[in-house]
Design a protein around this ligand. Structure first.
Ligand code: FAD
Length: 199
């Protein structure tokens, strides 16, 4: 029996649609092996996306194209870092170090944080910030005899910088709540040497 012409048309449309889909997927490189993954459970997710109805295929193609055409936007995130972003990232590093700093630091650890701050005041990649931080350090020598002392000192010097930028003062009794220890399994992120080498 001859096939309904509409069915034939639909099948042809589906074939063309499949072919475009495959070409797109390979071109974009997001989901390789589109048609060879039929029996592969690991690829089930991508497989089901690609073999569901033709409208969802078209949707997927649009999404993939959108992602692709949005790549210039992504490039924006690799544009130069602003002074503010650098500052936030650096404060995150410093306060996290403060939270992780041992209660009983070794002599080496105390020396290291002092050096770190001195190096930061020379090498911080924003000249005016580095110069200002040198003054802050001169007026507020590093205090790192314990975790509590170091994290409070950091909070204080951050507030000095905040004040110079007309930013609100952070309540230092909230510093542990704001910057908790790293969530790290089996204390794998703890700084080394606290118990063994303290003298
Ligand atoms: P940030 O000040 O970056 O703070 C990040 C987060 O830390 C805040 O959202 C808050 O949750 C928390 N926080 C705020 N204050 C404290 C505190 N006292 N203790 C604990 N947590 C706190 N920028 C300049 O324009 N000129 C400078 O001279 C300059 N000097 C800098 C020197 C150093 C060493 C650093 C690290 C940064 C410096 N910056 C400077 C950047 C500036 O401090 C800010 O990082 C930047 O303006 C972005 O500010 P922010 O409001 O997003 O929050």
């Amino acid at each position: 029996m001859s096939e309904n012409p509409l069915q034939l048309l639909f099948k042809t449309y589906e074939k063309v649609s499949n072919s475009i889909q495959t070409q797109l997927a390979q071109f974009i490189g997001v989901i390789p092996k589109v048609h060879s993954s039929h029996n592969n459970n690991d690829d089930h997710h991508s497989f089901s996306l690609l073999t569901s109805s033709s409208s969802s295929k078209n949707q997927l193609a649009s999404t993939m194209l959108l992602q692709h055409s949005e790549s210039p936007k992504k490039e924006k995130s690799s544009s130069p870092v602003t002074k503010e972003e650098l500052g936030r990232a650096t404060w995150t590093f410093l306060h996290t170090l403060g939270a992780q700093y041992p209660d009983k630091p070794t002599r080496q650890q105390r020396k290291d944080v002092k050096e770190l701050m001195a190096i930061l005041s020379r090498m911080y990649p924003c000249n005016e910030c580095a110069d200002h931080f040198k003054e802050v350090l001169r007026a507020n020598p590093v205090q790192a005899g314990s975790q509590a002392e170091f994290s409070q000192w950091l909070c204080h010097v951050h507030n000095v910088v905040n004040r110079s930028l007309s930013k609100p003062k952070f309540p230092c009794d909230r510093v542990d709540a704001r910057w908790g220890k790293l969530d790290c399994e089996q204390r794998a992120c703890d700084l080394q040497g606290t118990d063994k080498f303290w003298f």
